[in-house]
Design a protein around this ligand. Structure first.
Ligand SMILES: *Cc1c(COP(=O)(O)O)cnc(C)c1O
Length: 225
């Protein structure tokens, strides 16, 4: 099993340009699976749940310190205190209230948290995220928090079906990304556009993604699917 994970990761890695950041989406995966992918060279692990990330970090020990941990799941304000200790980036900022809480909890531990703003491109099929047209105003309103730093955008896009159907959503995310970059808000560095999962990462890269989040293609199908 481990050997498959390792070769699957290496295959993804060699199939994308070297500037693409690969966030290995590890939700529901066990410690040994995450260990295998780190041993194969993964440098960023994406987790959807704070508790799961904590448990895996604890068991991995030293190995966990060698990689970056990204929060890619919806973050509830009551989990922020624990989240800011463990994560190196929060990719799912979607409300001012959440920004406020991340800022507050980071200030307590003297940390500046890099965040991505989650944008809701697929609208009806997607429940979380800021609508594209509201994104500049939203970023303006969170750019003043001193203990968070907006570093780009993240989008889910539609999750099933033909990867080609995701293309227009990725295009829209890239347009918003470029627009915000052009506005050049103080305290905002538009560096990362996180989009593309196992079935869509090729299309996402074609449309300007520089951060992909594959899971299934590396680990195999999740048990609950
Ligand atoms: C599960 C998940 C992924 C990975 O999806 P796969 O289809 O397994 O590649 C990527 N991003 C987020 C936010 C996820 O929740």
């Amino acid at each position: 099993m481990d050997n498959n994970i390792k070769s699957n990761f290496r295959q993804v890695k060699t199939s994308v340009p070297s500037n693409i950041n690969i966030v290995v989406a590890a939700k529901t995966r066990g410690v040994e699976e995450v260990r295998a992918v780190i041993e194969a060279g993964a440098s960023i692990i994406g987790e959807n749940y704070v508790q799961e990330a904590n448990q895996i970090n604890e068991v991995l020990g030293e190995l966990a310190i060698d990689v970056k941990w990204h929060m890619i799941g919806h973050l509830q304000t009551n989990k922020v205190k624990a989240a800011v200790k463990i994560f190196d980036m929060i990719e799912t900022l979607d409300s001012v209230k959440l920004a406020q809480e991340i800022d507050k909890r980071c200030r307590e531990i003297n940390k500046v948290m890099p965040v991505l703003v989650e944008i809701n491109t697929a609208r009806e099929s997607q429940k979380t995220g800021i609508f594209p047209q509201e994104c500049p105003e939203f970023i303006k309103s969170v750019s003043g928090f001193l203990n968070i730093r907006v570093m780009g955008l993240m989008t889910m896009g539609p999750q099933f079906g033909d990867p080609e159907e995701a293309r227009k959503y990725f295009k829209e995310a890239k347009a918003v990304f470029d627009k915000i970059k052009e506005i050049d808000f103080p305290n905002v560095n538009m560096e990362y556009l996180s989009m593309g999962m196992s079935n869509t990462y090729r299309v996402a890269i074609e449309e300007g993604s520089n951060m992909i989040r594959p899971g299934t293609i590396i680990f195999g199908k999740r048990e609950n699917e």
